[in-house]
Design a protein around this ligand. Sequence first.
Ligand SMILES: Nc1nc2c(c(=O)[nH]1)N(C=O)[C@@H](CNc1ccc(C(=O)N[C@@H](CCC(=O)O)C(=O)O)cc1)CN2
Ligand SMILES: Nc1ncnc2c1ncn2[C@@H]1O[C@H](COP(=O)(O)OP(=O)(O)OP(=O)(O)O)[C@@H](O)[C@H]1O
Length: 189
Amino acid sequence: MRRQRRALSEQERQRRSNALVMQLLRTPLFRRSRHIALYISNDGEVDLHALAERACRMGKRCYLPVLSPLFHNRLWFAPYRPGCRMTPNRFGIPEPDVACSAMRRVWSLDLVLAPLVAFDAMGNRLGMGGGFYDRTFAYLNQRHRWHKPRILGTAFEFQRVGELPCESWDVPMNGIITETQFYETEERS
Ligand SMILES: Nc1nc2c(c(=O)[nH]1)N(C=O)[C@@H](CNc1ccc(C(=O)N[C@@H](CCC(=O)O)C(=O)O)cc1)CN2
Ligand SMILES: Nc1ncnc2c1ncn2[C@@H]1O[C@H](COP(=O)(O)OP(=O)(O)OP(=O)(O)O)[C@@H](O)[C@H]1O
């Protein structure tokens, strides 16, 4: 999947990413969300920069994942505006250059757009293998009254597989959006 993703021409990646962003802008989930985490694309991932620009112009607040300097393979979320100062993390992915005190509590985000390598229509996610998203959102599996944030995977349609094996620590996504489809999975209750 990663090889296939990297093999897309830049023009094709932008075309599909922009089609995905147009779909996402129309979803009720996006429209009602005010605090939204996205990511800076890496390794041929869906490019969400157009979404960040639109969201900021709509008065929404955007955030990017930052590798926690304190907790093993956990993410913190830093406020982000297009053009803000950034520093690359240990994977070479840019992170906003902000103080720890400026980070936002994960449970107070409304929507997290998650990168992924492969997904299935049930909402299972295969990531880069660090367990970053699962560790960060593990409380959503343990405490059923927690609903925030909603997690929406963003991927190209070719990243869909029939069924992914699922482990106890995997946190299912509320849906996956691609350049042509919106897969909504069951609400956590
Ligand atoms: N754009 C983006 N940001 C993200 C993630 C992601 O998947 N995509 N993450 C999702 O968890 C977290 C970072 N996790 C990552 C894990 C591995 C690699 C990676 O490129 N691994 C290389 C080896 C690089 C190295 O060791 O120096 C590889 O597997 O080839 C990147 C990000 C947080 N930010
Ligand atoms: N809540 C958790 N507590 C402790 N360990 C965890 C937790 N979630 C995941 N892990 C560990 O992290 C490892 C990687 O998990 P997994 O393969 O599901 O990552 P991933 O979802 O592909 O990665 P990423 O979220 O970084 O893109 C697992 O082998 C597991 O041991």
